[in-house]
Write a protein that binds this ligand. Sequence first.
Ligand SMILES: Cc1ncc(COP(=O)(O)O)c(C=O)c1O
Length: 386
Amino acid sequence: MDVEKIRSQIPVLGHTAYMNTGWSGPPPRRVAQAMKDRIDLELEQGPIMPEVLEAGREIQAQAREAAARILNATVDEVLVTRNTTEGLNIVLSGLDWKQGDEIIICDMEHGSVIASAQLIGQRYGVVVKVVDLDYRDSSETILTKIESAFTSKTRMVFISHILYTTGRRMPAEEIAQLTKDRGVLFMLDGAQTGGHIALDMARSGFDFYSIPGQKWLLGYEGSGALFIRREHLERVHPAHTGGRAVVRPVDAHNFRPVPDTMEKFLGGSASVPVQAAFLEATKFIEEIGIHNIEERNLDLADSAKAKLSEIPGVTVLSPSERRDSSGLVSFSVAGQTPVSVVERLWENHRIVVRQVNHPEGVRASLHFFNTEQEVDLLVGGTRELA
Ligand SMILES: Cc1ncc(COP(=O)(O)O)c(C=O)c1O
């Protein structure tokens, strides 16, 4: 991997140690250019001229194919969405819930998981069982905790594949086996995975999976992708729909919905410029290679964790085992609030990190474009504060 060449394509890296891809990744120049080209085309030609419309449809079709490749799913199992959360909500709001059904989540989850599950709970009388985790839990402990939360009423396990707080990679394949054995649905929030680790819906036992475009894929906000395993498509009703989900010509007296495909979830119009950026971003990631990216991110994270843990007063909150790890590295500094560490790393060294809660800490996102020198800058800046 030619890291210097890659870095030269991401302008923000010229002046900033960017370690907040877990929030939003820094766009490469060519990704921004793809969006600008589309905006210019619409500007110069008009958005609905036949050639512009056709080119837009082609971009959307290619974006969907790209999403399917990133997820290793078939195109008919994938929908391009506006973000991770939208995909999760499509599934949750589309299932037929019965009073007393149970959904298992865990307490270290992102608000998108907590809110979407709890809302379904309140609306349909579904019980949301929250499994309490400790950041030091091993995969075996997590599995035991989740397994002991199952009852005969459990209908779904719904967790993040990589926890946004500590970067822990959850034992998803093993949880998939637990759910499969019991006929329970398994939905994963992949906000921290697409473009970060290799995904394989074809071979996994995951039923539903949602990813964003703006984080590790390095696209723009307003794009994402949802996977629904084909066998479940019928049972997910379109809670939101619109003109694109009706067979043409539209006839109010003779409603003909599109066949039972992912198209049934299409509501109104989508942003083609944003999808153009999503498409270009996936190409950028694919050219570098997801396996190369995953390995490099783990190498950078291993190095950061080893060096940070040598600093007196610093506690690394991310797992040490490589199989449980990701490019997200969280740590706390004794006597300092995470917010003040985040602010001072920025003020002193132009390092962009963020604070997280539960456990309270500072989170650095290390993606393939980051360097060992930047890791050293983070470690040195943290040592000064500790
Ligand atoms: C685990 C997790 N879920 C969901 C989200 C929200 O993602 P999106 O804005 O793509 O819906 C985030 C973003 O920070 C996240 O880390």
